[in-house]
Design a protein around this ligand. Structure first.
Ligand code: FES
Length: 278
C-alpha cells in the first residue's frame, strides 16, 4: 500500500493534493512524468502527472480535480490511508534546455503539472515568465508556488475576479509582442493548449503541451491513449505525454475525451446515490 502522508483540499474541496510515500518512484521521477493510481482492488486505473517528487523524503505529490467516481473515491482517502497500487514513473520526462526566455502557461489543474517543469526550466538558467489562469479567483491553484519558481508571474481569470480579465492567451499575446520568447510550455484544458499553440505558431515559437487522453495500461499496449501528431498515430503514455503543440490534432483529442462522458456521468451519479444513502 502507498500511504498518504499529506493531504490538502483546494478550491473549496474540488481539487485535492495528496503527497504519497512511494520511495522507488520518487527516486526516479522527473518533471513531466506520470503515475497510474488505483485506490483499491476493483478501482479504476487513473493516470495523473506528478506535481512534485522528493527523493529524500521518498514521496510523490499528485493534484487532481474531483470529476467522477474514481476521483470521488480518491477524495475519501485521508492521511494514513493509502492507494493499493501506483505504477510509475511513466512517460517521457520533459525535454529541458537552456534557451533564454521561456513562457510557461497553465490552466486549471494543469498548473500542478506545470509547476515542477517551470522550476526545472528556471533552475537550468532560463528566464521564466509564467501565466496561470482559472475561471475565477477561487479556482486558481498554486499561485505562491508558481511565483517562487518564476521570474515573473502573470494571472488571468475568465470573470476578472483576479489579475487580467480574460484568457491566458491574451496575456501570452502581449508577452510575445514585447519579449524575445524562445519557447512556450502550455498545460491545461485542451482548448487552452489548442489556442496557445495557434498563437505561438503565428510567432514561430516552439511550443510543448502535455496531453491527457484516456489511458488504460499506460505502457503502450492497449492503444487507448492514441493521439494524432503531425498526422501520425502516437501513444501518449510512451511517446508523450508531451508533444510539439503545433502538431497535435486537438479536435480529435477532444472527441476521444468525450467518448465515455455519458457512462462516466451515470457511474458517478450511481456512486453519489449509494454514498449519500449511507
Ligand atoms: S494507455 Fe494503453 S497504449 Fe497508452
Amino acid at each position: 500500500m502507498f500511504k498518504i502522508v499529506r493531504r490538502e483540499e483546494m478550491t473549496g474541496g474540488t481539487v485535492i493534493l495528496n503527497e504519497i510515500a512511494a520511495p522507488l518512484i520518487a527516486r526516479k521521477a522527473k518533471p513531466g512524468q506520470f503515475v497510474i493510481l488505483k485506490a483499491n482492488e476493483d478501482g479504476e486505473r487513473v493516470p495523473l502527472t506528478m506535481a512534485d517528487s522528493d527523493p529524500e523524503k521518498g514521496t510523490i505529490t499528485v493534484i487532481y480535480m474531483v470529476v467522477g467516481k474514481s476521483t470521488a473515491l480518491f477524495k475519501t482517502l485521508a492521511v494514513g490511508d493509502g492507494y493499493q497500487d501506483i505504477i510509475g514513473p511513466l512517460g517521457k520526462p520533459t525535454h529541458l534546455e537552456k534557451v533564454g526566455t521561456v513562457v510557461c502557461v497553465g490552466g486549471g489543474t494543469g498548473i500542478a503539472v506545470l509547476h515542477p517543469i517551470t522550476r526545472a526550466l528556471k533552475e537550468i538558467g532560463n528566464h521564466v515568465i509564467s501565466i496561470i489562469g482559472a475561471r475565477t479567483k477561487d479556482l486558481l491553484i498554486l499561485e505562491n508556488q508558481m511565483r517562487k519558481v518564476s521570474h515573473d508571474l502573470r494571472i488571468s481569470t475568465d470573470d476578472g475576479s483576479y489579475g487580467h480579465h480574460g484568457f491566458v492567451t491574451e496575456v501570452l499575446k502581449e508577452i510575445l509582442e514585447n519579449e524575445d520568447v524562445k519557447q512556450v510550455v502550455a498545460i491545461g484544458p485542451v482548448p487552452m493548449m489548442k489556442f496557445v499553440s495557434k498563437i505561438t505558431a503565428e510567432y514561430h515559437i516552439p511550443t510543448f503541451v502535455s496531453l491527457n487522453p484516456i489511458m488504460v495500461d499506460g505502457t503502450g499496449m492497449c492503444g487507448g491513449c492514441r493521439v494524432s501528431i503531425d498526422g501520425k498515430t502516437k501513444f501518449a503514455c510512451v511517446d508523450g505525454p508531451e508533444f510539439d503543440g503545433h502538431k497535435v490534432d486537438y479536435d480529435e483529442l477532444m472527441r476521444r475525451l468525450q467518448a465515455y462522458c455519458d457512462e462516466e456521468t451515470e457511474c458517478y451519479e450511481d456512486y453519489c446515490t449509494i454514498r449519500d444513502a449511507g
